[in-house]
Structures are given as structure tokens and as C-alpha cells.
Design a protein around this ligand. Structure first.
Ligand code: NAD
Ligand code: USQ
Length: 405
């Protein structure tokens, strides 16, 4: 049995000011849930630190919340709190609101930023692991029966695949005993992270496994692919609700970067051969998947429920060719600043969301045109100097992804 958001609840959205969290908070609020955002606004601070703002002009959190109340009539709560640093504050919020569900987006999510240098590596590990662990400890200590929905990543599985279908979190294996018997085991799929950021998501998985077993916390871990697009049904309702759109070399993700590059006549920055195949999902499907995950929690005592949150896979150079075909952009091949396989295959099971009724938006469904339109509308806000990917995976690698190869 599954539910389509029919049971309304009290939901805390950690990281609810971010790219995925903001439209999710609006979507859940629109469905009738009581939503409170917890965010320390660190993403806005990092944008200032990098001198790289969202392509779209995003309103302050206060103006966003006021605009939502004006257009929808729904209230959104907001707590400015660092979940990694302020355990007591987090515990107090949980104890006061006693949410049915906590959705946890509140991590440093850019792989290039996490590889920039020692400060960013340490910040990413401290922030992501302490935040996740604080949440689990607080729920266990307060003895609250909360469903934790965490945003993980497809990147925990690694990207050197050769054709095996990646299952949803667990691998069923047979282990040979010393006396030759074969015993079945279901193990967490071996992780193979490609950055410090992806490594924190691999480590999060162990925290979840332990607290699901020891304290019977109900946990869903969503292994999400690269999110593309920017607007959703709710963020389109008012200019002050517009979602963020990162395009810089650290936070911009590949398809959104290609679209804004095309809009300003900047050659599409394909890293190396562009042979990496990745999983993708549109932001509108992200919010739908999260609503489905919220409505379909695991039972107490059940192992962590892992769902692969992606709708299609594409090779990077094919995406560049598609964008070039639609927009007339020129494709450039630049020095790859990352250490990653030159080519990989990727087959992913997403059966659990399809079984819950997800009807995937794919690149061919027309939403690409909307993202191109947004890119063109705000093209004059682009700082071209922020486009090259400058964070190197190893300091001894050749400089600058801006160099054509
Ligand atoms: P984002 O950086 O736009 O949003 C994250 C939000 O969390 C920000 O508003 C930030 O201020 C907040 N935050 C970070 N640390 C915090 C802390 N210690 N306390 C309170 N708030 C904190 O990122 P996003 O793109 O919205 O990603 C959200 C989640 O989804 C991340 O965990 C990310 O790993 C995952 N994810 C994102 C993508 C993608 O393509 N964007 C793909 C797969 C998974
Ligand atoms: N790439 C290019 N050109 C660019 C930017 C990227 O060729 O201009 C390539 C990269 O080298 C890489 C691929 O595109 O091979 C994807 O890069 P990305 O920046 O779009 O995605 P990634 O670093 O993996 O991170 C993003 C989100 C992260 C999320 C992850 C999901 O920032 O939060 O976890 O996607 S996944 O990729 O499935 O692991």
C-alpha cells in the first residue's frame, strides 16, 4: 500500500532555504502539511565568500515566507539554526514542535567546493557529519517517533560502473563459510565516493544504519541524481518565490551550467572526454519524490529504506550535444579538474518511486525550454569569470578547467 501525501503532518525541513529544500517546503505546505524551515543560511554566506550569486535573484528568507503566505494563505515557520554546531538548539526545536517528519537537506553539497582546500574539506566533513549525527542523537534522546528523510546521493555508489544495474541501497550476496556453505546476506552497496562531499554521504549511511538498528529510528535515505531545472509549480507563483540557480564552477551542476553557458554565448565546458554517465532528475520530480517518501515511511525497527531518486541517465558529452543542437552553442572540451573515470556505464533501478506512482519528467518533456528561458531572462546577471571550474581534485593537477584540450 502507498499514500499520496494524504496524511497531513507537521514537517521540519532542515536546509529549507536551499535549491531543493525551498521548493520542497512550498510543495509540502501546498499539500496541507505544517512546515517549519530550519536553515543557518550558510549557502547564502558561501555564495558571498565565492563572490558567485544565484543566476536568479532570490529574495531574503523573510520575504520568501511573506510572499508564500500572500499567494497561498499558508504559513511557513522559520528557525535560523546551525544543526551541526547547535545541538541544544536543535533538540529544543524538535522537543517543541515534535514533528512527524524531518527532511534533512542541510549539508554542504558541492563536490568541487569540498575539494577546494583543507578548510573546505574539513568544513564539509564537520558540517555534514555533525549535522546528521546531531539530528539522530536528539531524536533518540528525546524518544520521539520521527521519520527522517535524508537527501543522499547517487554518488555513494561511484561512477566506474560497467553495466551492473545499481540496486536501491542494498546488494544481495552469498558469502562462503569456511566449511563451504553459501549464506545469503543483504549488505549496504559498497561505497566508492569520488569527492570529500560524496564521502560524507557514504559515512552518513553508516550513521543511519546504526541508529535505525539501535534506536529504531525510521529513516529513508534518498540517493538522488543531479538535479536540473529551477522552477516548480509553487515557485512560479510569485517572483519572490523564485528558486536559486547556481552556475559557478563550484556549485553549478552540469546541465544547468550548459544551459546558462549557451544563453550567454560561452562555449559549453565539457570536462575531458565528457564520457561520464550520470543520473538526472528534474527539480519538479525532486519535490514529488520527497512527498511520496514522506507519505510512505518505513516501520519502526525496519532497516533504512533506500530509494534511488533519479529518472534518467545521460552521458555528459551527449547532454552538451543536445544543448548545442537546441541552442546553437559551441562545445568546448576543457581540462578535467576532477579525478574520475574517462568513461563509465550507468544503469540504475528506480523501481521504488515508479511503484509509488512517479511519472518521470524527462529531458524530452519540454521543461528544458523553461530552463533555457530562465537562463536567457537573467543572462545579464552572469559573472563570466565565475564559470571556469577552478577547484582541483589534487593540488598537483594541471591548472584551470578553462583550458581547451
Ligand atoms: P543547497 O546548498 O542549495 O541547500 C542546502 C541548504 O542547507 C542551504 O540552504 C544551507 O544554508 C543549509 N545548510 C547547510 N548546512 C547547514 C547547517 N549546518 N545547519 C542548517 N542549515 C544548513 O543544496 P541543494 O542543492 O538544495 O541540496 C540539498 C541536499 O540534496 C543536499 O544534502 C545535497 O547533498 C542533496 N542533493 C542535491 C543534488 C543537486 O543536484 N542539487 C543532487 C543530489 C543530492
Ligand atoms: N561536468 C562537466 N562540465 C561542467 C560541470 C560538470 O563536464 O561544466 C562533469 C563533471 O566532471 C562530472 C559531471 O559533469 O563528471 C557531473 O558534475 P556535476 O557538478 O553536475 O555533479 P556532481 O559534482 O556529481 O554533484 C551534483 C550535486 C551533488 C549531488 C550529485 C548527484 O552538486 O550535491 O550529490 O550531483 S550525483 O552526481 O548523482 O552524485
Amino acid at each position: 500500500m502507498f499514500l499520496l501525501g494524504a496524511v497531513m503532518g507537521n514537517i521540519l525541513v532542515i536546509g529549507g532555504d536551499g535549491f531543493c529544500g525551498w521548493p520542497t517546503a512550498l510543495h509540502l505546505s501546498n499539500l496541507g502539511h505544517e512546515v517549519t524551515i530550519v536553515d543557518n543560511l550558510s549557502r547564502r554566506a558561501i555564495a558571498d565568500e565565492l563572490g558567485a550569486q544565484s543566476l536568479t535573484p532570490i529574495a531574503s528568507i523573510e520575504d520568501r515566507i511573506a510572499a508564500w503566505q500572500r499567494v497561498s494563505g499558508h504559513q511557513l515557520g522559520f528557525v535560523n539554526l546551525d544543526v551541526a554546531q547547535d545541538y541544544d538548539g536543535l533538540a529544543a526545536v524538535l522537543n517543541l514542535l515534535k514533528p512527524d517528519t524531518v527532511i534533512h537537506f542541510g549539508e554542504q553539497r558541492a563536490a568541487p567546493y569540498s575539494m577546494k582546500g583543507p578548510r573546505q574539506k574539513r568544513y564539509t566533513v564537520d558540517n555534514n557529519l555533525n549535522g546528521t549525527h546531531n539530528l539522530l542523537v536528539a531524536i533518540a534522546e528525546l524518544k520521539l517517533d520521527i521519520h527522517v528523510v535524508h537527501l543522499g546521493t547517487m554518488g555513494v555508489y561511484g561512477y566506474d560502473g560497467d553495466g551492473l544495474e545499481i540496486p536501491e541501497g542494498y546488494l544481495d550476496v552469498k558469502v562462503e563459510t569456511p566449511d563451504g556453505r553459501l549464506l545469503p546476506r543483504s549488505i549496504l552497496y559498497p561505497t566508492n565516493p569520488g569527492s570529500v562531499y560524496h564521502m560524507t554521504k557514504s559515512l552518513d549511511q553508516l550513521l543511519f544504519q546504526f541508529y535505525a538498528k539501535n534506536d529504531q529510528i525510521r529513516i529513508t535515505d534518498l540517493h538522488q541524481g543531479i538535479v536540473w531545472g529551477t522552477q516548480t509549480d509553487e515557485t512560479r507563483l510569485d517572483d519572490a518565490l523564485i528558486n536559486r540557480f547556481d552556475y559557478d564552477g563550484d556549485y553549478g551542476t552540469v546541465l544547468n551550467r550548459f544551459l546558462i553557458e549557451a544563453a550567454i554565448g560561452y562555449p559549453l565546458t565539457v570536462h575531458g572526454t565528457g564520457g561520464q554517465t550520470r543520473a538526472f532528475i528534474n527539480i519538479q520530480d525532486t519535490v514529488r519524490c520527497i512527498a511520496l517518501a514522506v507519505a510512505n515511511p518505513p516501520e519502526r525497527g525496519e532497516r533504512v529504506r533506500v530509494r534511488n531518486q533519479m529518472t534518467e541517465t545521460h552521458r555528459v558529452r551527449d547532454l552538451a550535444a543536445l544543448v548545442a543542437k537546441i541552442t546553437g552553442a559551441r562545445v568546448d572540451r576543457v581540462q578535467n579538474p576532477r579525478l574520475e573515470a574517462a568513461e563509465n556505464e550507468l544503469f540504475v533501478s528506480n523501481r521504488s518511486f515508479i511503484a509509488l506512482g512517479l511519472e518521470p519528467i524527462t529531458l524530452s518533456n519540454g521543461l528544458l525550454a523553461e530552463t533555457i528561458e530562465i537562463s536567457q531572462r537573467f543572462a545579464d546577471r552572469v559573472d563570466r569569470s565565475k564559470i571556469p571550474a577552478a577547484s582541483l581534485w589534487r593540488q598537483d593537477m594541471p591548472e584551470a578547467a578553462s583550458h581547451t584540450i
